[in-house]
Design a protein around this ligand. Structure first.
Ligand code: SF4
Length: 402
């Protein structure tokens, strides 16, 4: 009998590997896929292989044998590849078979259009796949105004010049987001995140309030379980306005821990958001206004020594913040393009320690789902410890039996 917990842990380790290293798709496989990566084009996301541009036909993700979904970021030259043999999709590591995988089921909203004719796959993105808990993310802008002063965060690709963004529209308006939310919520989605680069003169508050109102109108209720991902406002009283507008959680991504690192890695956030101390004060005020478990902060894991990063994760967790240690991927178009992230084992250690620290501070899977833009490895590790992945496995077995 296989040790199921160990098998599930192995699968989460593989999810992490694929997230960090990406997947090199064989051309004949790509032609078969039915998904879309329209949002990647807008966001100028990853080490996207430009030769694939003329056929944005990629899956929203792949599903590993125990039901774990993995975002399927294409990276030319990755050790991991997917080939099709005798009708089966085979995941290989340097040519050696490691698992038979499936395509992550694609939501129906992805094929729909907003009332102004915009394809919804260019408005929202989701890799929720097989999970019962599904969430969608909206990036309302594809540029960040810190670009004007040459203060782009060093890991961020949003302001990069890329062939990918050519012809991609810069803005998504509140109605497009509301209509796409409605289509997703009609399909059982239950969480959304709104994010984007800074708007000139920090006018994003009006945008977020308008969008919240449109979403409430579209889905017909006040509580839409939405996260507003914003930069720290200089006037911290503004945070209450997001709560009043109907957002149930708020996110301030700290990215790196301690002031000297923040000033080097995130110069634009220093200029626009009142500096590092104000950033941390915004997080603390966020917890006062929204409550423990309803404020989220992402660290870009891999930019700093491990001990320093863990110190930040400990501190924010003690304050009741949902912390994500997102593995650093040196994206094309980011100032650190061409650099390398730490090893997968380094990242695995961080994921496991983050999950343990979060649990020690009473932060749960539900807190993570309700405030995260996607399914992270930390979230899955917490779900595993809470027994939720076993439940998913049981459901899958029962379906097979039925
Ligand atoms: S503030 Fe930094 S991380 Fe955020 S969008 Fe702008 S450049 Fe990117």
């Amino acid at each position: 009998m296989p040790d199921l917990k160990q098998e599930l842990l192995n699968e989460l380790h593989l999810k992490l590997k694929l997230d960090v290293e990406g997947i090199d798709y064989e051309p004949e496989v790509i032609c078969d896929f039915a998904g879309y990566f329209g949002i990647l084009k807008r966001l100028n996301l990853p080490s996207f292989d430009p030769s694939l541009l003329d056929r944005l036909q990629l899956p929203i993700g792949i599903t590993l044998p125990y039901g774990t979904d993995v975002g399927a970021i294409p990276v030319k030259g990755s050790d991991y590849s997917i080939a099709k043999e005798d009708g089966a999709l085979l995941l290989k590591e340097r040519g050696r078979l490691i698992a038979e995988v499936a395509l992550t089921p694609q939501p129906e909203w992805i094929d729909k259009f907003t009332s102004d004719g915009t394809p919804m796959y260019e408005v929202g993105f989701s890799s929720s796949g097989n999970s019962q808990d599904k969430s969608i993310i909206f990036a309302y802008s594809t540029e960040c105004s810190v670009k004007e002063k040459n203060e782009t965060c060093l890991f961020c690709c949003l302001n990069g010049n890329s062939v990918l963004k050519q012809g991609a529209s810069l803005w998504r308006n509140p109605l497009q987001i509301a209509e796409t939310s409605k289509a997703a919520y009609d399909e059982g989605y239950s969480h959304l995140t709104i994010t984007g680069g800074f708007v000139p003169e920090r006018r994003e508050l009006d945008y977020y309030l308008d969008t919240a109102e449109k979403i409430q109108e579209a889905i017909g209720r006040k509580d839409f379980n939405g996260s507003a991902c914003i930069g720290a406002p200089v006037d911290l009283d503004v945070i209450e306005k997001y709560k009043e507008a109907g957002f149930s959680s708020i996110a301030f991504n700290t990215e790196v821990w301690t002031k000297p690192w923040f000033e080097v890695i995130c110069p634009g956030k220093v200029t626009e958001c009142g500096g590092y101390d104000n950033w941390l004060n915004a997080i603390k005020r966020g917890v006062e206004v929204f409550g423990r478990g309803n404020v989220r902060s992402i660290f870009v894991a891999g930019l700093q020594p491990k001990e320093l990063l863990l110190e930040g994760i400990e501190q924010l967790s003690e304050w009741g913040v949902v912390v994500i240690a997102s593995p650093w991927k040196p994206y094309q178009g980011s100032p650190l393009e061409g650099h390398r992230s730490p090893t997968v084992d380094w990242h695995w250690d961080i994921q496991q320690k983050t999950a343990a620290i979060q649990r020690k501070n009473g932060l749960t899977y539900r807190d993570h789902f309700n405030s995260s833009p996607g399914r992270t490895v930390t979230m899955e590790l917490i779900a595993l410890e809470e027994g939720r992945l076993y439940a998913r496995q049981k459901a899958a077995e029962n379906e097979e039996i039925a």
